[in-house]
Structures are given as C-alpha cells and as structure tokens.
Design a protein around this ligand. Structure first.
Ligand code: SF4
Length: 444
C-alpha cells in the first residue's frame, strides 16, 4: 500500500507501468496515519456544519472471483454464515455512528452500495440488511441510492429485490463485451450474462442504468474496442463510465509482472487508452450523450445525475461502513481496518474500526474540492471565493498558466475549463495543485 506510483514522472505517451494513476482524494492516502484516529472521535462529537450534506457508503467485500486487475479488499471464500456475521457488524457500526452528535437528527442525502460486489448478496440478505439500515438511519429523503452490480449475479429475483429496497441507480460492471477478454482478465461474468442482466434491469424500470467499461484490459485490440463502443450504443444506457486500465501493486497482473521481471504492464500504453476513451466519448456525443466528467457520459444531463459524486466532491460528510471503507466527516478523512477479521473484532469489542486518519486543514479541503471538481472538466472560481474566501485564479496562477501553455485548459469568465485532451489525462495534471509537502510519488 505504500509503493511508489509512476504517475508524476511519466508523460502522457508513456507505457503503463505499475502504480496508481487515479486520484480519488486529497491529501494523498500516504499522509493518513493511525496516530490520528483520535481525530475521528472528536469529529463525530462535533456539531455538523449547517448545510453540509450527509451520505452513507456501505461496503460489501465479497466477489465470485478475483479479477486480475482488482486492487480492492475482496473475499471469494466466505460462506453464508461469514457474510451474516459481517453484515451484522456493519449494522453495529452504523448504530454506533448514528448515535454520534455529528449524525443525530440527520438523514442521508445519498446512499451508495459498493464493493466488492453488492449484488453478490442474496435477495433475502439484501432485504434484511437494508430494512435494518433504514431503521437505524432512515434514508427516505435520499435523492439517490446507487448500487454496484456484477452482471453474472443478477437473476430476476435479485434485480427485483434491488429495486424494492429503493435503489435508483444500478451500475453494471460490464468492463468489456468480449468473452475472451473477460476470461483472460479474470472476470466472473460473460457477455451472455450482460445482455440478460441489462434487459432485466430495464424491465425493472430503474431511474438510471449505468454501465462501466475499462479501456485497455489485457489483450484489448483496436477492433474489439470499436465493438465495445458499438455494443454500448446499442444498449442505450442512461450513463456510461469508462476507466483507463491502471495496474496497482496489489493486483494479480502486477504479481505476474514481478515474477517475470517485467517493468511494463502487458496492456496498451496511456496514449492508446486515452485515444480509445476519446473515440468512445466522440461516438457517445454523436449519439446525443453529454460528457460530464473525465470518465462519464450521460444521455440526459437534466435527468441523469451523479448525486454521490457531486456531493462528495463539494465537501459532503460521508459515513463509510464496512471493512476498508473510506469516510470523510467534519473535515477528517479516515479509512476502516482493511482485514475483515480485524474489522469484526473491533466492532465486537464496541470500538471504532479505524485504520488510518487525517484531520485536514481548511486549505487542504479547498484544494481537495478544487482537484475533485477539475475531474468534471470545469471549476468555477466563484464557488471557491464564496465557500473558502480564496481566489483560485490567483492562488493557482502558476500551475494554471503552465497547464494552459501546455495546451490542456482555458480560463474564461472565472471558469477553468479543461479541453478534451486535458480531461482525459486529468489525473496526471492534478498533482500541479498539490501543496509542496504532498508532492511525493507515494499516493496510496
Ligand atoms: S468484481 Fe470488482 S471488486 Fe470484485 S474482484 Fe472484480 S474488480 Fe475486484
């Protein structure tokens, strides 16, 4: 978890080496520490800042099979009893959090089930889990309830149960439409299950169906990528999320690289992956979609929102329950224990299962929101002036000029706008806005 990323030192054309490319938070995780766990308790004892939205994340760490590119904490060997014990612990954790002064009297604005594979749970487990969650922290005012699904787990009863518990957006982890590529990358599902799952999800009339793709999986080809774009357009999902394949250190692919002494991952280089996403975005735009971030296209931006993303990227409090989950409360970042046994033991002892934490400064929170909003392709100076009293055009004059001169962005009427090429390598550009002490090659 602390090995170096190659992101900063590599230009946009470079080969894919091991390391994390995607920036999901700030300051980087390598600055979070177990010494600061006490800050989490203080944060929960404080009163909420008026107007701060609250979100709930529930982590289901179980999968049918571990994908070769997966870097999450997942378990593929747990039986129904283990799963029940785990879910009970997450409910006890939620009860603990719901009693805290920071949370009492608030209701979640959004709920997110992530993993792992939330759809790995049976319909019965899901119903019991969510009935009990709602009794602890009612989410009847949530504008969005999002749920990640692995297509091969979606039998008809499962999707009806997901709909019944109040899910508004299902996200189908399709990743690729080709059976050979799915197999060689260690995915549990095949294309036949994708079509079936998609049809069933449509029949359930979810508010939003999102599909996830990955550009540059093992053995991806030009021809196959074009086919992925065509199949995506045929499905007409409400939104499409496309990630560029990265190879973090704790993946099966990296272990194979290490064993063979390879420095370069056996996947397309960054330039090719960016071109593939660019081509997919262009095709989606031609079909009427709007590009709403460096990773997402939406069919109808008026109707299709990403409440979770937008709330989190503008400073919402997030209660993360479950093993290895991430939270952000009253200006304190923290992550839960990353091994299921440690997590359950802590909960059974009535303790908060905190692994590492960081109390952020006001300046760090401002930078965090700025870099996360840049991932949308635009950041408005007025927002930062109003919320933080900071003129970001002055504060970041130097990096903005540098990125402008390199041809990635424009600043007009107080709005910083990345062009398409800038948007597609936004995670590389964001390091320019980090504080000097966070300019390190350790981000995980
Ligand atoms: S389905 Fe997702 S979480 Fe599960 S092993 Fe594959 S990539 Fe990891």
């Amino acid at each position: 978890m602390s090995e170096a990323t190659t992101t900063e030192t590599e230009g946009p054309r470079h080969k894919t080496r091991a390391g994390n490319y995607f920036i999901s938070n700030y300051p980087p995780f390598s600055f979070w520490s177990d010494d600061e766990a006490n800050e989490v308790l203080k944060a929960y004892d404080s009163a909420p800042v008026p107007g701060t939205k609250l979100g709930l994340y529930h982590h289901i760490p179980f999968c049918r099979k571990r994908c070769h590119f997966c870097y999450f904490r997942v378990y593929t060997d747990k039986n129904a009893e283990d799963i029940k014990e785990y879910l009970d612990c997450t409910l006890r954790e939620l009860e603990m959090l719901a009693r805290k002064p920071l949370v009492q009297g608030r209701k979640p604005h959004f709920v997110y089930f992530g993993g792992g594979t939330p759809s790995y749970l049976s319909a019965k487990q899901l119903k019991e889990l969510t009935d009990r969650m709602k009794a602890i922290l009612p989410w009847d005012e949530a504008e969005e309830v999002a749920f990640e699904c692995e297509p091969g787990t979606l039998n008809p009863g499962k999707l009806s149960a997901i709909k019944e518990i109040g899910v508004t957006r299902v996200s189908l982890g399709i990743e690729n439409f080709d059976d050979h590529i799915l197999e060689i990358n260690g995915r549990a599902h095949r294309s036949k299950e994708v079509w079936r799952a998609y049809e069933r999800a449509r029949a359930e009339e979810f508010d939003q169906i999102n599909i996830d793709l990955i550009a540059g999986m093992l053995e991806e080809t030009e021809e196959n990528w074009q086919r992925n774009i065509e199949e995506t357009l045929k499905l007409e999902p409400d939104s499409v999320t496309i990630y560029q394949m990265e190879i973090p250190y704790n993946t099966g692919i990296y272990k194979d690289m290490k064993a063979s002494g390879a420095l370069v991952a056996p996947v397309a280089d960054w330039e090719t992956k960016r071109r593939w996403v660019k081509e997919a975005f262009a095709a989606l735009e031609s079909a009427g979609y709007t590009i709403s971030s460096g990773y997402t296209a939406v069919k109808n931006p008026e109707r299709t929102k990403f409440i979770y993303r937008d709330a989190l990227w503008s400073g919402a409090d997030l209660l993360g329950v479950g093993v290895a989950s991430f939270s952000h409360v009253a200006g304190v970042h923290y992550q839960n224990m990353t091994e299921i046994d440690d997590y359950t033991k802590a909960i059974e002892a009535g303790e908060m299962p905190i692994k590492r934490a960081l109390r952020t400064t006001e300046e760090e929170r401002m930078i965090r929101e700025f870099i996360l909003q840049m991932k949308l392709g635009r950041a408005e100076a007025g927002y930062f002036q109003e919320k933080f009293g900071v003129n970001v055009l002055e504060k970041f004059a130097e990096p903005l000029k540098h990125l402008h001169d390199e041809g990635w962005l424009e600043v007009k009427d107080g709005v910083i706008c990345l062009n398409r090429d800038g948007l597609l390598c936004v995670d590389n550009l964001l390091h320019d806005f980090f504080l000097p002490q966070h300019h390190t090659d350790k981000i995980v």
